[in-house]
Design a protein around this ligand. Structure first.
Ligand code: ATP
Length: 198
């Protein structure tokens, strides 16, 4: 049996960094956000469905026209739902294919919207990376060279840490330095092995 561990967290919480530390422990990591982008740009079935909903403008030579799509789904729940109904099942299938190629008792699925997409329900354990708001804002501004307003807008578009924590089996605190995060990941790894009797 293979155990799927979902890892999530708000913008700038450090879930990619935590996932990287899991990888260093030898656990394969599937990055849902990166794969979703590749699928939207390249998967022919997905592309034709997106064009059916949004029209030809949905794509440029470079791939998905993100600015156009963002405008279309802004304040339009129906179109957002339609897009999710195309993309989420495709990512689910892609993950299932990836899973078959792995040779590990534990696999990590990293996703910013693990809870919102409902894909946490397919996980054997859910891990949330949690950081105080002011630190998340500071780290995201430094990483993306964005403004505080932009970061706050993105944070306000996501569910709260409380909602994430309510659905989580393990919490990783990332308020301290990277050494501390690495330590937290190792601790969680042992707890996961214990949970799965490995
Ligand atoms: P997003 O959802 O926005 O992609 P994320 O949750 O994957 O974010 P990361 O990219 O891993 O977050 O981390 C955000 C930024 O904070 C990165 O620049 C990362 O290097 C930095 N960072 C992560 N953890 C720490 C830490 N403990 N101390 C200092 N900087 C950190």
């Amino acid at each position: 049996q293979t155990f799927i561990v979902g890892i999530t967290g708000g913008i700038g919480s450090g879930k990619s960094t935590a996932a990287h530390f899991f990888e260093e422990l030898g656990i394969p990591v599937y990055n849902s956000d990166t794969r979703a982008k590749v699928i939207q740009n390249e998967d022919e079935t997905v592309k034709s469905k997106v064009i059916q909903v949004f029209g030809d403008e949905a794509y440029t030579k470079e791939g998905l026209n993100r600015a156009f799509i963002a405008k279309q789904i802004f304040n339009n729940k129906e179109k957002l739902n339609a897009l999710n109904k195309i993309v989420h099942p495709a990512v689910f299938l892609d993950f299932e294919n990836w899973k078959k190629e792995q040779n590990s008792k534990i696999l990590i699925k990293e996703a910013a919207i693990l809870i919102e997409s409902g894909s946490y329900k397919d996980c054997d354990a859910v891990v949330s990376v949690v950081v105080d708001l002011d630190k998340r804002i500071e780290r995201t501004i430094a990483r993306d060279q964005s403004t505080k307003e932009e970061v706050l807008k993105r944070i306000n578009n996501q569910i709260s840490d409380e909602e994430r924590i309510a659905k989580s089996d393990f919490i990783i605190d990332n308020n301290a330095d990277l050494k501390h995060l690495k330590n937290e990941v190792e601790k969680t790894y042992f707890q996961l092995k214990e949970k799965f009797s490995l």
